[in-house]
Design a protein around this ligand. Structure first.
Ligand code: B16
Length: 235
């Protein structure tokens, strides 16, 4: 059994650092209402981590709308984003999820580099609202990538900015699309949240309060010479 060197931690933003997932849902639900159909929380799960325009297409599919000109779709996506930004404007530093700040501070005190990997174009605004920029060495987000999760681009870009090899990165993800993207990037993934949705993650925890960073990381060991057979340590 061998342990991979661990040099960097890459974090999803929405639903992992701040619970903006609920704001996305409220804004998409309002848009669905205007278009004349209902949109459930279960249906919203598939939108998590994917880009704004792909989210709109998924929403329209729920409403049985398959054909719509691009200009109209862009107008709808902008409308949703305006509502979403109104919610974001209410965020304060107190909205950072429990345990996140101390987890990040602990990692950084151990010399671990940290980055955000988010599909969101609103990531810089959210980070400023809750004042977490000083906790990160790099930001890869929806403004700098072409392909959204589950493509690995955002994770690879974050690792490149940090100057760390993908295999030395841990990703902390709250969405299935992100877990998939991180795996494709050749990184180890800790899923934060629903075990069923995040089943492909190497380890799943409920929140950063659940485990001390050192204990968490000592529990993850990589086995074998090929692939990522991550398992919980016996001891
Ligand atoms: P925006 P993440 C993702 O952020 C969200 O999970 C996803 O629901 C959203 O559609 C996407 O960002 C784009 O966000 O509309 O703000 O550009 O989870 O990758 O941090």
């Amino acid at each position: 059994m061998r342990t991979q060197p661990f040099e960097a931690a890459i974090f999803d933003l929405d639903g992992v650092i701040v619970d903006t997932a609920k704001f996305h849902y409220q804004a998409w639900k309002s848009l669905a209402g205007e278009l004349g159909f209902d949109f459930s929380e279960r249906e919203n799960e598939q939108l998590k981590g994917v880009s704004r325009m792909e989210s709109l297409d998924l929403l329209l599919r729920v409403g049985g709308i398959t054909e719509m000109p691009l200009t109209r779709r862009e107008a709808l996506a902008n409308r949703k984003n305006e509502w979403y930004k109104e919610y974001l404007a209410t965020l304060t530093p107190a909205d950072v999820l429990p345990g996140v700040r101390s987890f990040l501070a602990h990692l950084r005190s151990c010399g671990i580099r940290t980055a955000i990997a988010s599909a969101s174009k609103n990531a810089p605004f959210i980070m400023d609202q809750v004042n977490i920029r000083p906790l990160f060495d790099a930001i890869a987000d929806g403004n700098s990538i072409v392909k959204a999760k589950p493509d690995p681009e955002v994770f690879l870009q974050a690792a490149r900015q940090l100057g760390v090899a993908p295999g030395a990165c841990f990703v902390f993800e709250g969405a299935a699309a992100g877990v998939e993207g991180a795996i494709r990037a050749g990184m180890r993934v800790v899923g934060i949240g629903d075990g069923q949705q995040l089943a492909r993650a190497h380890l799943i925890i409920n929140s950063f309060q659940q485990l001390e960073p050192v204990i968490l990381l000592s529990q993850i060991t990589v086995t074998g010479d090929s692939g990522w057979g991550v398992c919980l340590n016996e001891q």
